[in-house]
Design a protein around this ligand. Structure first.
Ligand SMILES: O=C(O)CCC(=O)C(=O)O
Length: 238
């Protein structure tokens, strides 16, 4: 059966590139972030604290693409700024954005995006995705061991062996939209410059199946359904 997600994101489970900024403005922001966050690898939820990130998650082309998948009522559940610094080993393991130790998102009511702030290339650790992997559903997850460095952005998809993978290089200012179940990872930056990207989890009303009660609330960014009481999270057995 062809679902709405198949229709928009296709059998590959992704759509790219979607422009969220001009390349020049994104690269300029990247330079500022390099200065501001030097050597910090993960910045959690910058859409709550940094104006540029609050604007980026609402960028018109990107929001239109998200609304085409989710409908008019869209909220941001979570963002991560991920910086890969030259000369520092930092790879993100195979994982799915819609499930981790803290939460599970309904894949029919959620979608994730990865926004290139700097250019993302194979040399500097762009995303690598297992196309079509969303069709197998969510995999068991294992929490990545904390190592005290701020690394370990993603909980790992346990036992995942990719069959078909592609790298997703993106020019600064472009984004990829992904099914929440699409398995992806990224390698260490082996270039001489920093690589910075923003990961965004979008959700529609009722899209959060389970979450850690300590997590910040969702931030509605479009639609009127958020006032109607349909924001309640659904509880489901793991
Ligand atoms: O920025 C990266 O290299 C990967 C980020 C990612 O996959 C995530 O945050 O879920």
């Amino acid at each position: 059966m062809l679902t709405q997600l198949d229709g928009i994101l296709g059998r590959r489970g992704m759509s790219s590139p979607i422009e969220w900024s001009s390349p020049g403005a994104a690269r300029g922001r990247g330079a500022l972030l390099v200065a501001a966050h030097r050597d910090q690898e993960i910045v959690r939820n910058p859409h709550l604290t940094e104006d540029w990130a609050a604007s980026a998650v609402r960028a018109p082309n990107l929001l239109a693409a998200v609304q085409a998948v989710l409908g008019p009522d869209v909220a941001v559940e979570n963002t991560f700024l991920v910086a890969k610094w030259p000369g520092k080993a930092f790879q993100i393991p195979w994982h799915q954005d819609g499930i981790d130790a803290r939460l599970e998102l309904d894949p029919e009511r959620s979608v994730s995006a990865w926004l290139a702030v700097t250019d993302a290339t194979e040399a500097n650790g762009c995303l690598e995705v297992a196309q079509g992997s969303q069709s197998a559903g969510y995999l068991p997850v294992e929490k990545e061991p904390a190592n005290g460095t701020g690394r370990g952005r993603a909980d790992q998809a346990v036992g995942f062996t990719p069959e078909t993978t592609i790298t997703v290089p993106l020019r600064a200012g472009c984004a990829v939209l992904m099914d929440s179940r699409l398995v992806h990872r990224s390698a260490t930056n082996t270039s001489s410059g920093a690589r910075i990207g923003l990961n965004v989890r979008y959700t529609a009303p009722g899209g959060i199946v389970r979450r850690d009660p300590k997590s910040p609330s969702v931030v509605p960014i479009s639609g009127t359904g958020w006032q109607s009481g349909r924001t309640r999270e659904r509880r489901a057995p793991l």
